[in-house]
Design a protein. Sequence first.
Length: 439
Amino acid sequence: MTVRRLIAASSLALGLALVSGQADAQVPLARVEAAVEAVTPRVVDWRRDLHANPELGFAETRTAGVVADHLRSLGLEVRTGVGRTGVVGILRGGRPGRTVALRADMDALPVLEATGLPFASTATGTYMGATVPVAHACGHDAHIAMLMGAAEVLAGMKDDIAGTIVFVFQPAEEGAPPGEPKGGAALMIEEGALSDPRPDAIFGLHVVPGRPGTVFYRPQGFMAASDRVDIVLHGRQTHGAWPWKGVDVIAASADIVQTINALTARTIDPTTTPTVFTIATLDAGVRYNIIPDTATLSGTLRTFDIAQRDDLVRRAERAVNNVAETYGATAEFSVRQNAALVFNNEDLSAWLAPVLTEAAGEGNVNPATPPTTVAEDFSYLSQAVPGVFYHLGASPDGVDPARAAPNHSPAFDVNEKVLPLGVRTHVLSALRFLEAPAP
């Protein structure tokens, strides 16, 4: 049976169970809510501690220790060092059944925090050989704390659980650090995070600007595939007053930026699929009156259609080489994938909507939100196992989400009022999936 048919059959079985009265076997929502309320003060404390002590990708040693110690205290089977600093916890229920996975990411960013919080980060780390400030400017501190809270709630219901829950605490979601061939999700999969036991489904969440208390996602393509693009131009150095005596990589760079902008804006239909191709860095030269012999550009490509992405990459490489040749320069063009398309399984997405509504309340769940051009390496996990990734609105009270500081901003912060909701969505996603009769 295909994965899609299996999940569809499971969804149908759950519906039949509810109609026939088998829903009495469910853990009552009131019990879940009481357990989440009890653990919330600890979730807040964990979040603040982690926020004050952030660590960069593949350097999350303290964070992994906090997570592993907590999972062990709950009686879970714990594996550490999965994907360098990743942690996997396994909760085996009181009765046999299927397996479901829940995931949180652990790494912080090389960002100088500007939130003014009393527990703001003053930490530093090493990035590209330099000492840099480090901050949880993407909300992963909240993700860790919410999943730790969910593990505590679910461990307290162990005897009532039919099946197994795998807790995946992943390093290096923000991409492989320079010099590393793989990011955290791909490396954890390679090292068996989803192998023993193998989950039948996986769920994950991310805090983003949005009305606090709301949950939003979409089936199929939700978050963009992300490629890193690098271009190195080689010319011939000359005096700035005699550009004709050299090969001007500065002028060529300017033309390449405009060419890439035009390729995206003038050859891709924006009504079919969002596409963003941005050149974000340009490094060249050391003196105002010397045209250098080398220029290095880098950028990001965000796409939702694989064939379209491949075609655009081919045309961009050809265009870059043509521009370089026009100036007498040569070009090196390379593309490296940072994250695949976050593709939410259609049937599992439909099944999940009422579960998230149970957690968040009527009117607070949008299962058909527009796609977003930010990326997530949860994509690799949901390629290996059918999955759904959703967003949790976490803007400050009274602030228009459109004007709230975005993820990766020095001023980004998480509204702590949404932490219990994240715990509930994790808990109910796992419980209701395992409670659904297997086809």
